[in-house]
Structure formats: structure tokens, C-alpha cells
Design a protein around this ligand. Structure first.
Ligand code: GLY
Length: 361
């Protein structure tokens, strides 16, 4: 088992390994009398396997699937269950599921009695390397995604590779979007590993998978330790984790959130690499490297050119833009991020044309 400490004001460990059920159950201190296991329907049996090993009284809370978990109604339901079962400050919440599960369960933990302990057990590759680490929690409302939430450190995070065995292959593949992102913004060894193994990595049994997950979590942990609340003034902060995300969020909105996040991020990274080239930062060879590595994993790198007006509009209202200024995380070179504010419309359009297929070319 590998452990990465997230060195925030209340440091916590992220464990990565195989068959961690006993370790997860053992992580709940005896001072807790009750544990609420908040889980996604796809991982019901895993949630029960953890619950069966706990010494505490266990309350199971099954969430609706995917983003439907992140609603005020689901949140209210969780609060009611905790209330009915008289959960106190010393009791624990365990989330078992993907990013939507840890976002919702984390927000329940942040708000119940103004904050109780949450253990996250991410069961998708994407959640392991992103959502479950870093303390962002929240729900969606009709005005937009993640508009209501809180920063709340988990007690610990347990990435059990075993859980990936039942993950659909397309979801496993999409998780690599965020892994490759960590390579481009910081740890270039990740890119070396992808260059070496390519599509073979999209296999839960691949020996390099744990290393890639650990390295990606280490990138995120370092960024979060430096700028937990994404409010750093001067220098680069947590915002760099959004490499490729401005266009990705626009694509997700354009497709009514039917597109896997990691796929949208893959397309978004090629777009912003092209933008970096437009700004005189990346070379064409470095942009080509983006396409090569992402395509080697089977991830998408182009988009329908006819969608530009809608995507451009959506990018203007992305929550990462500050005031009227459109900000992009770009690269000075591979592994060296920077912020570009208000690139020209010509540069944005040229970057999009470069990734376009269909009528927009
Ligand atoms: N997923 C981006 C962040 O945690 O800041």
C-alpha cells in the first residue's frame, strides 16, 4: 500500500493499494459509535462489505446514480437519516462511489453539526485521482453545477484498485484524462509512462496503474497543500488543476452532461495546448505530443467545429472566469503551467479550428 499525505492545516492520508477492506474498516476510531455509509447503487455490495467489517452501528444510505446524487433533495434525505439516527460529532460518514458520491457525502459531512469526519472510498479512477482528494464538496442547483458547497478535509481517502474491476472500461479510460493532465501540468514522468505503455494501461491489472494513480494524487496533494481554497494571490494556485477544463465544462454543458468528464478534459487539453501555441508558448511538437498521448489511450482530441458559438458562449460564464476576464490555464512548456488572461477572439477561434472536425474547419 502507498500512502500520500495531503499536508493541509489538518493533514490526512490518501492510501492506494489492493484489497483494502479491512484497513478501511480499521480506520474508523473506536470513539465513533455510528457510521453512515453513503454509497452509489453500482457499488452496493462493496458498501456492504465495508459495513460488515465495522464494529460500529451502520446506517446505509443509497444515493441516486451519478449527478442525481448531487441534489438538494438527496442532501436533505441524508440529513434526515442522520437526524433520525441521532448522529453526533464523533460519528463517521464513509462515502463509497464516484465523484458525485464523495461530493455529496463530503458536503453532508461538512454541514452535519457543522462538520463531522468523512472517509472517502472512491470507486472510479476519476474519483481516485481527482474528486475524492482535495476537500471540495457540494451539490448542483438549477442555476449551475457545484454552486453550493464547502471545503472540508476528509479524515482519510482509500483508493482500492480492487474496486476498479467492476468499472466499465469507458469510465476507466476516461479517468486517464485527469491522469495525463497531472503529467502535463507537473509530473512529466506520468507522460513517460503513458508514452511507454499507451493503450495497455487501460487495464486494471497493469502494473503501472498504481504508480500513475499515486503520482497523480501526489500532484493534486501538492497543489491543494499550497492553495486549499483556490484563493492564492500571486503565483499559481489550485487553479492549475483546471488545465483543459474551461472548454471541457463548455462541452459538458453543450452535451447536457452526457459526456464523460475525462473525455471532455482530453479535448479541452488539446484546445488549450493549441491556445498555448497561439500565444507563442508551446511548440507545435508539444501540441502534437498532447494528441499522441491522449489518442494512444483512446481518448478524444477533436470536436465538432459547428459547436463553436455555443461553446464560446458557455466559456464566458464558466465559474473559473473572474469578473469579465476569461482566464485559461496554459502551458509555458510541458510540465510548466501559466495563466493566460483574455486571449484574443482570433487566438481562441484559431485554437478551436485546430481541434475541429466537420463544418467548422
Ligand atoms: N478538480 C479540481 C480541484 O479539485 O480543484
Amino acid at each position: 500500500m502507498k500512502t500520500i499525505e495531503v499536508l493541509v492545516d489538518r493533514p490526512y492520508p490518501v492510501h492506494i493499494g489492493q484489497d483494502l477492506l479491512n484497513d478501511i474498516a480499521g480506520a474508523v476510531p473506536t470513539s465513533a459509535n455510528k457510521v453512515a455509509i453513503i454509497f452509489a447503487p453500482a457499488v452496493t455490495s462493496r458498501a456492504h462489505s465495508i459495513g460488515d467489517l465495522l464494529k460500529q452501528e451502520v446506517v446505509y444510505v443509497e444515493l441516486p446514480d451519478g449527478e442525481l446524487a448531487k441534489t438538494p433533495q438527496a442532501l436533505q434525505e441524508c440529513w434526515e437519516i442522520l437526524g433520525k439516527n441521532a448522529f453526533t460529532r464523533s460519528d463517521f460518514i464513509i462515502s463509497v462511489g464516484g465523484g458525485a458520491t464523495s461530493d455529496l457525502a463530503g458536503f453532508v459531512a461538512a454541514t452535519w453539526l457543522r462538520g463531522v469526519n468523512a472517509i472517502h472510498v472512491p470507486t472510479t479512477l476519476l474519483a481516485m485521482v481527482d474528486a475524492a482528494v482535495g476537500g471540495k464538496t457540494g451539490i448542483n442547483i438549477s442555476a449551475g453545477k457545484n454552486l453550493v458547497g464547502a471545503f472540508h478535509h476528509p479524515h482519510s481517502v482509500w483508493c482500492d484498485i480492487e474496486t476498479l474491476n467492476t468499472l466499465p472500461i469507458a469510465d476507466l479510460r476516461a479517468g486517464f484524462g485527469e491522469i495525463v493532465k497531472c503529467g502535463f501540468i507537473s509530473d512529466v514522468v506520468i507522460l513517460d509512462v503513458v508514452r511507454k505503455h499507451g493503450a495497455q494501461l487501460v487495464d486494471v491489472q497493469h502494473p503501472a496503474l498504481i504508480e500513475l494513480i499515486s503520482r497523480s494524487i501526489a500532484v493534486k496533494a501538492a497543489v491543494v497543500a499550497d492553495d486549499f481554497t483556490e484563493s492564492k494571490i500571486g503565483g499559481l494556485g489550485r487553479e492549475i488543476l483546471n488545465y483543459g477544463h474551461t472548454l471541457a465544462h463548455a462541452i459538458e454543458k453543450f452535451e447536457n452532461y452526457g459526456r464523460r468528464h475525462g473525455e471532455a478534459v482530453s479535448i479541452g487539453m488539446v484546445f488549450v495546448a493549441e491556445l498555448s501555441a497561439q500565444l507563442g508558448k508551446l511548440s507545435q511538437a508539444e501540441v502534437a505530443e498532447h494528441r499522441l498521448l491522449l489518442q494512444s489511450l483512446g481518448l478524444p482530441t477533436s470536436y465538432d467545429g459547428r459547436a463553436w458559438p455555443e461553446l464560446r458562449g458557455a466559456m464566458s460564464i464558466d465559474k473559473k472566469s473572474r469578473g469579465d476576464v476569461l482566464r485559461f490555464v496554459v502551458l509555458e512548456s510541458i510540465g510548466v503551467p501559466a495563466i493566460a488572461e483574455s486571449p484574443s477572439e482570433e487566438q481562441l477561434q484559431a485554437a478551436f479550428v485546430a481541434i475541429s472536425v466537420g463544418g467548422g474547419r
